[in-house]
Design a protein around this ligand. Structure first.
Ligand code: FE
Ligand code: MN
Length: 334
């Protein structure tokens, strides 16, 4: 019976028995992911290459902003994929959640591939880009913060048996889903999508648009997963534990603001680091509320266009650029 299914420590059902489904949200996110299928080669990068090669088409500040975001995302995507496959998958034995985790892992492979494709087409120096997670302090600090949060899970004997174990697990899930995918990606999204809004570096902009849409589902799955673990194990949700999570999110917002200041030492593209700080605070409040915690900042969204970009349907872009290849897919033409 599906009612015997539990999200953690479920010895009573077979992990291969996906039907009947208990956690319908996991199934729905899986289907949404499939409906959003894309690959980076669908996006034409020719216009970006022309701009990138033209020494007068981009200011030094604009170039740095693009390069640093390539640097952060190129390695953050594989960090996320590794966390997912090596840590989270092992402990989430519920089959419908595992089905989604497999889909998410595939999407992270697509994202990793996107940065390979961008580096190749723009002829970026891979040694430079793929070393920025060590050589640029504000990128390194973000990655170190997330890696630090995975320590308990990387212990091969880690189990989710006791209250403290489950707290550690949820703590780490907040690190992966809420902080890495839900906060640390967002200054970069705003910066790159600001080029797209100006109709410049449109290829990279569209790649980021697709990634952002995937990531918003990863985040939604992650927060539903966290909420379900808490609902089934209410003893873990103590005020001390909630305070630990709040402090981690506050620290993440600070790290993301430091990164934004480094990327954007002076205002360009209608952006500056203080607007980005407000935006990060605004989304951090939304993330807190989504996992059942009170908001902290009360900041307004300075970039209301970001939510439109997330909701944008792929087919619209797609018909403008590459009509033919999508006919084999499941897209309906009405
Ligand atoms: Fe990703
Ligand atoms: Mn992701």
């Amino acid at each position: 019976m599906s009612s015997e299914k539990k999200i953690l420590n479920c010895g009573t059902t077979d992990p291969n028995k996906i039907l009947p489904i208990k956690y319908k949200w996991a199934r729905e996110y899986y289907k949404k992911g499939v409906a959003n299928n894309w690959v980076p080669e669908e996006v034409n990068m020719q216009g970006d290459l022309e701009i990138w090669k033209n020494p007068r088409a981009l200011s030094d500040d604009e170039r740095r902003l693009i390069l640093w975001n390539m640097g952060f995302f190129s390695t953050a995507e594989s960090l996320t994929a590794n966390n997912l496959v090596l840590s989270i998958y092992k402990h989430i034995t519920n089959p419908e959640c595992r089905q989604y985790l497999l889909r998410q892992a595939f999407e992270e492979a697509i994202h990793t591939d996107t940065f390979i494709y961008c580096c190749d087409t723009l002829s970026l120096n891979p040694d430079e880009v793929y070393d920025m997670y060590r050589s640029i302090p504000s990128i390194k600090d973000k990655d170190d913060f997330v890696v630090d949060m995975t320590k308990s899970l990387l212990n091969p004997s880690f189990e989710t048996k006791t209250k403290e174990d489950i707290q550690n697990f949820v703590h780490d899930l907040v690190g992966f889903y809420v902080i890495m995918e839900g906060i640390f990606f967002y200054a970069g999204f705003v910066m790159i999508l600001s080029f797209l809004r100006q109709n410049r570096m449109v290829g990279i902009g569209e790649q980021f648009q697709f990634i952002l849409r995937d990531e918003s589902i990863h985040l939604a799955f992650g927060t539903d997963l966290i909420k379900t673990i808490v609902a089934e194990n209410p003893e873990i949700w103590t005020s001390d534990f909630k305070e630990v999570i709040r402090k981690n999110i506050i620290r993440a917002v600070e790290l993301e603001y430091t990164y934004a200041k480094d990327c954007l030492p002076q205002g360009i593209l209608g952006l500056n680091a203080d607007f980005i700080k407000e935006y990060i605070q605004y989304i951090a409040d939304r993330r807190l509320e989504r996992i059942g915690l009170e908001k902290i900042y009360g900041s307004q969204n300075p970039f209301p266009w970001m939510s439109e970009i997330i909701d944008l349907r792929k087919e619209k872009n797609f018909f403008e650029t590459r009509v033919t290849e999508y006919q084999s897919g499941t897209l309906r033409w009405d």
